[in-house]
Structures are given as structure tokens and as C-alpha cells.
Write a protein that binds this ligand. Structure first.
Ligand SMILES: Cc1cc2nc3c(=O)[nH]c(=O)nc-3n(C[C@H](O)[C@H](O)[C@H](O)COP(=O)(O)O)c2cc1C
Length: 194
């Protein structure tokens, strides 16, 4: 269980409690629950309402599909993500559909869809752990992602498990206080840095 005591009061509870565990139970995700997670992503805003996000997902019960996505992750992530109930790759379509011009907001919008998915997951009692540690080229090959699309992030979803089920290298991270930069480093008034 993450130590969230350094988070300020007054945050929306799902934001307050969200974090990215590496320990998951073996409990499967009900199809109706998963559909609500994907609906939450689907209703995210996007530039010109392009909805550039696509999701390639596999439940752990789909042994072959799950192994395919797992194989695209770096070994560090494979070591814990192998126990998740579901693995996925968030894919971004790089051009606007109506004119073929580059969509410079494709990754931004895909991240926004993932943020909505993660909060819906919290609402459902699930946890999401996003990953940048994957091989984008392997994703294209293994998952059959067509030209014009990129693997924007990987993610694992499941019910939070016990830290001691993890390899020792991951255990302290599960209970450590999560840190953030102060707002004064992030927010400026009228001019960058001010
Ligand atoms: C785009 C992205 C890439 C990330 N890559 C990895 C990763 O490859 N492996 C990993 O264990 N965690 C990864 N994380 C999780 C972050 O380390 C984590 O979100 C951050 O430390 C803040 O912790 P919290 O989500 O528990 O609040 C990633 C998160 C995001 C959003």
C-alpha cells in the first residue's frame, strides 16, 4: 500500500489515491469493468476530436496475446508486469484523418485518454501502471501496428497485490512515499520561470 500522506487535502479522492503499483493479484478484470475503463478513455478530449488513441490489449488468460505484449517490454518491466491481469499498448495515430497532416497533439491526446482510463480504473478498484520501458519497433512488429501509428506507452492493469509477492528489488517502491516537485517549480506567472 502506497504511503500517500504527503498529498494535500482537498484533492478529488481518485486523484489522491492513484499510484502505480508493481504488485498485482491474479484476479481477472470483468469484461464490463474493462469496457468502462476503455469508455473513460474514449470520452477524452482531443485536438479536432481526432481521437488518435488506439489500444492493443490482452488479458492474462489470453496466453499468447499476453506473452506477445510482455515480450515488447524491457526486462525490468517484464519482471513485474508479467503478474498483471491485463497488458496493453497505447497507440497514437500520427496524422489527422481529414487532411493527412501531422497531428502534433496525437501523443498528448493519447496520454490524456490514458489519464482518464487510469482514474476510471481507480473508481473500479483497479490500478494502472504505465510504462515507457518497451521496444517501440517490437510493438510494431509483434502487434501488427500499421504505418502511421506509434506505440506511445505500455500499461499494466490489475488489482493491487501484496508487495512481498514481488521480487525484492521492487518491494520498497511499493510502500515508499511518492514525491513530486513543488508547484513553484511547475507554475509560472505571465513569463516562463517567473
Ligand atoms: C509515460 C510513463 C512511463 C513510465 N515508465 C515506467 C516504466 O517503464 N517502468 C516502471 O516501472 N514505471 C514507469 N512509469 C511509472 C512512473 O515511474 C510513475 O508514474 C512515477 O514514478 C510516479 O509514481 P505514481 O504513478 O505511483 O504516482 C511510467 C509512467 C509514465 C506515465
Amino acid at each position: 500500500m502506497k504511503n500517500n500522506t504527503n498529498r494535500p487535502n482537498g484533492l478529488q479522492p481518485l486523484i489522491h489515491q492513484r499510484w502505480s503499483p508493481r504488485a498485482f493479484t491474479s484476479q481477472a478484470i470483468e469484461p464490463a469493468v474493462l469496457e468502462r475503463l476503455l469508455e473513460a478513455a474514449r470520452w477524452a478530449p482531443s485536438c479536432y476530436n481526432e481521437q488518435p488513441w488506439r489500444f492493443v490489449i490482452a488479458h492474462a488468460s489470453d496466453t499468447e496475446g499476453f506473452a506477445g505484449i510482455l515480450s515488447t517490454l524491457v526486462p525490468f518491466n517484464q519482471a513485474w508486469a508479467k503478474s498483471a491481469a491485463l497488458l496493453g499498448i497505447a497507440v497514437a495515430k500520427l496524422a489527422f484523418t481529414n487532411n493527412g497532416k501531422p497531428n502534433d497533439w496525437a501523443r498528448y491526446d493519447t496520454g490524456q485518454a490514458m489519464a482518464q482510463l487510469a482514474l476510471q480504473a481507480e473508481y473500479e478498484g483497479l490500478k494502472v501502471h504505465q510504462m515507457g520501458g518497451y521496444d517501440p519497433e517490437a510493438c510494431l512488429k509483434v502487434l501488427g501496428i500499421p504505418e502511421g501509428y506509434v506505440a506511445a506507452a505500455a500499461f499494466a492493469i490489475g488489482y493491487e497485490g501484496e508487495p512481498m509477492t514481488l521480487d525484492p528489488q521492487f518491494q520498497t517502491g511499493e510502500v515508499a512515499l511518492s514525491e513530486r516537485k513543488p508547484l513553484s517549480d511547475l507554475v509560472f506567472h505571465a513569463k516562463f520561470g517567473a
